[in-house]
Write a protein that binds this ligand. Structure first.
Ligand SMILES: Nc1ncnc2c1ncn2[C@@H]1O[C@H](COP(=O)(O)OP(=O)(O)OP(=O)(O)O)[C@@H](O)[C@H]1O
Ligand SMILES: [Mg+2]
Length: 383
């Protein structure tokens, strides 16, 4: 094994790392290293003066302590300090302890005991300071935790507010919708063409409002982490068939071709069927909404032994690659005029993502501007 050399922090000569004292200046290497590490100012002051680094340099005011303890008297201390000065002038600087020893005022044993005691006292003071510091850290941590809790509570109040308001809005809306349906069905008397048109337009608007309130409610629940799943075994192919049937009218209205490529046999999955239906509806509606006339939308369910792949593809306006992450932000639409042009509020995909996440699934998006978009997710299949 090769011997490791270090530089003595006192005289800067190379010394063996195995040694306790510097072979050149006699400094205690452990003490020197400790001082060096802590950037002890005394070490700086002593550096270059060739004063041996001994445990004594860790003890401030050793002379005063020895006087206090009655080991030496004041006159002896003054004499030792004068001796120290003379030695320094003669180019042989020494520490006070060494001066006291040379003058025969103290025994080595007494000096060592006094130094050790002083070091132990310093250590105790340091430990006390550490404890105080730890206590202050604990207090600050508790304050931060309390602040975090307050924030969480505020968030909760905000979410509760949205869900309460949503409930409050739904009841009167149900009355408005009910009467409009009665009017449109001419149960309250015959309507002329203009009145019929007005009733139907009002009915369509209440549908939109209802969807928005539902989305808001779902979103506030999901934001609270209160998205509870009602897991059951169901046939994914059958569910997609139902979604396609509903979307068909919408597609016809926009003169779009809607193709549903679904397995003939049942395709069993274990999930919350209502929420998955909502998701597939949302994805199909988006595809229809963002695809111009004459375009094509394909809803696919591919049933594998392990997983069931569900996808919706369109030949629509597409999404720029660098903006794909944005489409999942709540209340965010890529085209600011979209609400006017396409309707909606930008909540659909934010909710979709949360619902799929709760199922342990993710929505993947592939898109090309003006070519189209493919969104897909998977669920584990069950027998
Ligand atoms: N198939 C798609 N083709 C092109 N852009 C899409 C498609 N699906 C979503 N987007 C873009 O992502 C945005 C967010 O979609 P999201 O479904 O969250 O909101 P929305 O459909 O605008 O409103 P909402 O779903 O609340 O009725 C859309 O406004 C649109 O810019
Ligand atoms: Mg949408």
């Amino acid at each position: 094994m090769s011997e490791e050399y270090i530089l003595c922090p006192n005289c800067h000569q190379p010394v063996s790392g195995q040694e306790r004292y510097c072979a050149h200046c006699g400094a205690d290497l452990a003490v020197a290293a400790a001082l060096e590490e802590r950037g002890f100012p005394l070490a700086e002051a002593l550096r270059g003066e060739n004063i041996p680094l001994a445990p004594e340099v860790l003890v401030p005011r050793l002379g005063e302590q020895l006087v206090r303890e009655g080991v030496i008297d004041e006159a002896q201390l003054q004499e030792a300090l004068a001796y120290q000065q003379r030695q320094a002038l003669a180019g042989k600087p020494c520490l006070l302890g060494q001066a006291l020893l040379s003058l025969g005022f103290v025994e080595r044993e007494t000096l060592d005991r006094a130094i050790t005691e002083q070091i132990l006292q310093l250590q105790a003071a340091l430990e006390q300071a550490n404890r105080t510091l730890e206590q202050r850290v604990a207090e600050r941590t508790a304050e931060l935790q309390a602040a975090l809790q307050r924030l969480t509570q505020l968030n909760q109040i905000k979410s509760n507010f949205i869900s309460n308001i949503s409930h409050e809005l739904r009841t009167p809306l149900a009355h408005i919708k009910g009467y409009l349906e009665l009017l449109a069905a001419e149960m309250l008397g015959e309507l002329n063409d203009e009145q019929m048109q007005a009733a139907k337009t009002a009915l369509r608007s209440t549908d939109r409002l209802e969807k928005l309130i539902d989305d808001l409610l779902q979103f506030s629940l999901a934001a609270r982490g209160a998205l509870s799943l009602d897991i059951e075994r169901f046939d994914m192919a059958q569910l997609a068939r139902q979604v396609c049937l509903q979307a068909d009218a919408l597609a016809r209205l926009k003169v779009l071709q809607l193709d549903c490529i679904l397995p003939e046999k049942p395709c069993w999955v274990q999930a919350d069927s209502e929420k998955i239906e909502w998701v597939l509806n949302e994805l199909t509606e988006n595809a229809i909404k963002f695809t111009p006339e004459e375009g094509r939308v394909i809803v696919r369910v591919a049933c594998g032994p392990e997983i069931v792949e569900i996808s919706v593809e369109d030949t629509g306006i597409g999404i720029p690659e660098e903006r794909i992450a944005e489409i999942f932000e709540p209340f965010h639409q890529l085209d600011e005029t979209a609400t006017r042009r396409y309707g909606g509020t930008g909540l659909g995909l934010a909710l979709t993502r949360r619902i799929l996440e709760a199922h342990g699934s993710v929505l993947k998006v592939r898109s090309q501007v003006e070519k189209g978009t493919l969104v897909h997710f998977s669920l584990p299949s069950v027998s």
